[in-house]
Design a protein around this ligand. Structure first.
Ligand SMILES: [Zn+2]
Ligand SMILES: [Zn+2]
Length: 238
């Protein structure tokens, strides 16, 4: 009977650590050892998310960000874009592993929440409608749902929209990425006016997507925009 129950749990992949597969109680996704060994980002520049040695002050911008300030208030990245997190992101995006969004979203809520409680609204980076139809879901929204729930903050996934179908940024140079993403977002209605927003995305590479979304939100009266991202990737990694 016990064996049968274990087999059933194995078959349905419930109650097992997503990383090492050891059995866990239902609704747990990682064993404590695996959750501790994920590639967490330690100190990073609050302007661009670039990792750096721990001893540099938390709020100090890197040279690049001091020279060219970004429109968003800060970037908070939970992980380096490394295995196994990079694999989870690929599975979440391309293999419908929506269970991973819940697990990873809860980890984001636990580690990235504003300590000064200044965020009013959680918003995912939207996909263009044609990409949403193709994939069937927006991975950033699936990450945003558990974050909003856990932090008891309102989730708005309708006000910010992608008005232009853009090419995948992955293989483009920085200049081509900037041109590709410019004016790709618009804000509908007036729900963002006066709000401090946490913008949720799975991967942050150059930050140009978040910049374009932030410009649209600020133009519509948002007071500030923080970017909360699951992983920070280097160019060519995403
Ligand atoms: Zn494990
Ligand atoms: Zn920076």
């Amino acid at each position: 009977m016990v064996d049968n129950w274990l087999n059933i749990r194995q078959f349905f992949k419930i109650g097992h650590c997503l990383s090492c597969c050891q059995p866990l109680s239902l609704f747990e996704d990682f064993c404590p050892a695996c959750v501790d060994s994920l590639p967490y980002m330690q100190s990073h520049c609050p302007g661009c998310g670039e990792s750096r040695p721990d001893q540099i002050g938390e709020n100090l911008l890197c040279g690049q960000c001091q020279q060219t300030p970004r429109p968003f208030a800060s970037v908070r990245a939970l992980f380096h874009y490394q295995r196994p997190v990079a694999t989870y992101i690929q599975q979440l995006k391309y293999r419908r592993r929506l269970d991973l969004a819940r697990t990873l979203g809860l980890l984001m809520a636990k580690h990235l929440k504003s300590t000064d409680k200044t965020v009013d609204l959680i918003m995912p980076i939207p996909l263009h409608r044609s990409r949403l139809v193709g994939r069937g879901y927006n991975q950033a929204l699936e990450l945003a749902r558990p974050i909003a729930k856990k932090l008891a903050l309102p989730l708005d996934y309708k006000s910010l929209v992608r008005t232009r179908k853009t090419k995948s940024q992955t293989k483009l140079s920085i200049d081509a990425r900037r041109k590709n993403i410019r004016h790709a977002f618009a804000v509908l209605g007036n729900k963002v006016a006066g709000k401090k927003i946490a913008l949720i995305d799975d991967v942050f590479t150059t930050g140009l997507t978040a910049e374009a979304a932030t410009h649209a939100l600020r133009k519509s009266g948002a007071t500030s925009v923080e970017c909360w991202v699951l992983a920070r990737a280097g160019l060519g990694q995403d």
